[in-house]
Design a protein. Structure first.
Length: 368
């Protein structure tokens, strides 16, 4: 079949999709590359968990638990939430896709915030929905602009808190005010991928708000602070009725047995979690100040990455990224996010960050 013929077979909105391109993971022909492009944990999980994972490999001839029962029980106990209001997925991206399939179609609109995670509009378009973009205010999600974007066709609102890639946050008081203003027949998806990195009394991860707002869905991931990005594991929490609906759409055996077991174990590793939080808090403060001191703009962050603005031209940004690559450092160009003069840097190990700062300072000194 010709390309034009095939294109006519798919939903029109799918032809509009720009394929999601993840951050680079390697540089051809080079070893000891420092990857600071995907907001992964700089730490490996405790060794005692690795040994348990090896034993599970002998069971790969069998399907995993289709209900992720052990994992859901661990999540329920760890976060003090209801077992039957949890759904698990092959990464939180899997759950975002399930939500879009369940609640939107070609006659609906889905609101995404400007400079938000670029996978939200992709899952919306796959479902056939029209994507409406609400403008940000000073790099922060504007709740007012989201409310103004609502129409009779709006079915879903997607946003992350903290936001990726800006690192900004909406605090609890404003979040409650926003949720109160959203009509109850609209699903609000609060992506909490970076929630664990915040230790601020005015912040809420949203889990405590589900009872008051039954149209709210909280999505979470094990890819960031729990260091399980390679296993693809995520979950969501919402009202019982919404979870029942999502379970109808969820594919069978969508969470592999190794992910289920290791996910349930890593939740108990409080020392590992605290180590990650303290490490991140240190670099949240240190890195923006350093970036400002060498002629760039480092935006304050509540996540495990920093947004860096190149004040001059796009050409200068390309030169900076090229020279970092030559020095075996990979960061995330944010051109695809509509942030032409920006790039994002994940927080790595102490040695990785110190080397990054040394090389970036040298790069800036040699750029005209």
């Amino acid at each position: 079949m010709e390309k034009k013929t095939i294109s006519k077979l798919v939903k029109p909105t799918i032809n509009e999709i720009a394929k999601y391109i993840p951050g680079d993971s390697s540089i051809d022909g080079k070893k000891n590359v420092i990857k600071l492009s995907s907001n992964e944990s700089p730490f490996k999980i405790p060794k005692k968990i690795y040994s348990l994972a090896k034993n599970l490999i002998t069971e790969t001839n069998l399907y995993p638990d289709g209900n992720s029962s052990i994992l859901k029980k661990s999540l329920s106990e760890n976060y003090k939430i209801n077992y039957d209001q949890i759904i698990c997925g092959n990464g939180s991206d899997d759950i975002l896709s399930i939500i879009a399939q369940a609640f939107s179609d070609s006659n609906s609109e889905v609101i995404c915030s400007q400079y938000g995670f670029i996978y939200y509009p992709i899952v919306a378009k796959i479902s056939g929905a029209k994507v409406v973009t609400a403008k940000t205010e000073k790099m922060t999600i504007s709740c007012n602009n989201i409310i103004k974007s609502i129409t009779k066709k709006t079915k879903i609102i997607f946003f992350a808190n903290p936001n990726n890639p800006t690192g900004t946050v909406i605090f609890k008081k404003e979040l409650i005010s926003f949720l109160s203003a959203v009509p109850k027949n609209i699903i609000v998806v609060l992506d909490g991928a970076y929630s664990e990195f915040i230790r601020h009394q005015s912040y809420s991860d949203g889990l405590d708000l589900v009872r008051k707002f039954p149209n709210l869905i909280i999505t979470r991931t094990f890819s960031k602070i729990f260091a399980l990005a390679g296993l693809r594991l995520g979950w969501a929490y919402s009202s019982r009725h919404i979870i029942e609906i999502l379970e109808k759409v969820r594919g069978p055996f969508n969470v592999n047995l190794i992910a289920q077991k290791i996910g349930s174990l890593i939740l108990k590793e409080k020392e590992f979690l605290n180590k990650s939080i303290l490490h991140n808090l240190k670099w949240q403060k240190k890195l923006p100040n350093f970036v400002d001191s060498i002629g760039l703009k480092g935006h304050a962050t509540f996540a495990n990455f920093i947004l860096i603005e190149v004040k001059d031209t796009k050409k200068k940004k390309i030169e900076i990224l090229s020279k970092l690559l030559k020095n075996k450092i990979i960061v995330r160009d944010l051109e695809s996010y509509g942030l032409k003069n920006y790039f994002r840097v994940s927080i790595g190990t102490n040695s990785q960050m110190n080397l990054f700062m040394k090389i970036l300072k040298n790069v800036m000194m040699n750029i005209k």
